[in-house]
Design a protein around this ligand. Sequence first.
Ligand code: FES
Ligand SMILES: [Fe+2]
Length: 411
Amino acid sequence: MSAVPQSRSWPEEGVTRVPYWVYQDEEIYRREQERIFRGATWNFLGLEAELPNPGDFKTTFVGEMPVVVTRGARGELRCFENRCAHRGSLLCLKDCGNAKEFACVYHNWTYDLEGNLTGVAFRRGIQGKGGMPADAKPESQAPRRLRVESFCGLMFGTLSEAAPPVEKYLGPDVAAKVRRVMKEPVKILGGYSQVFPNNWKLYMDNVKDTYHASLLHLFFATFRLNRLEQKGGVIVGGDGGSHVSFTMMKTDTRAQEYEKAGVRSAKGGLALEAPQVIESVDEIGDGITLQILAVFPGFILQQIMNSLAVRVMLPKGVGRCELVWTCFGYASDDAKMTELRLKQSNLIGPAGYISMEDGAATSFVQRGVAGAPLQASFVEMGGRGVGSDESRVNETSVRGMWQAYRKHMGL
Ligand code: FES
Ligand SMILES: [Fe+2]
């Protein structure tokens, strides 16, 4: 286990302070890979709907570790490291497809859909010459297998035997909100991927941060999709690492809190030329127009009106990460509903009206703290504890994430 330098001790104030070395330190980054991503956490692998048929596969990552996810002949889901037993090449180079087996391009060793090594080219040599010793055990270096669990059609994987079942990991309140969105079979509509010039945790604590949404994202407050005076709340679950925040837009009192506070998002007196971009239907029937749910370390489930998506955060080095979005609808949607979802997808993704600023803000932090590894952020909105709350003028879920982080990291 990698050691953490002495100077890297957490501020005594606890989760109300996040020391900036967590976003900068190579040693911390390596420890995260080992203790978080290859440790006792559940990592999002994709939607089951991405693998509808036997033999379907996709490749993705658990932290930096490349993995292959497959559906076997009897519908079972498997996940194994995308690393050839021979000399370590990726054994599958495609993003997705359908296969009976995988053959590593380097020297043609082959694998079945469970990741078992099934063939070694020229194992016995050619014409009695060359080949491997009779007692060689190349499968001793076989790709590691992950435990896979599907919860409501969401596939998660872990290398750890210690991770509790996914539902328990989420906590009952967060699990209920997953069920709320994943209420019926889904169909994939498309996706985006974007690279951020900042540490992966800056994006995750941005997602957990209910306070920024209507202040940073001008579109939200200007067109009253999300204002903090609207009814809503935040639920923190599991060991603090999972959360849900929600807003009920139709409870808007037309209060002028933002105008009175003079915040940037209340200026301008703008109106939409094409208001149909924010037209929505209450398809779940509970008045919740916006629900953002995140699960430590890197999974996000989003309902922004009728725009549904999953996102997964993939670390790519200390100061770089990739966010992969998959937009979906329900299998039962008619063409009109699909069109509505696609129209609303203008709101999200790398250039979305209400999400484009996130990548900027998180990289502003990475740049802002460049000379301050021993300083810390100040996270006391809504108090100093971790728990659910009715107010979203609150950083409770941010503190929850750092509580989980510290536990996994032993910091
Ligand atoms: S590295 Fe895969 S077959 Fe050699
Ligand atoms: Fe945001």
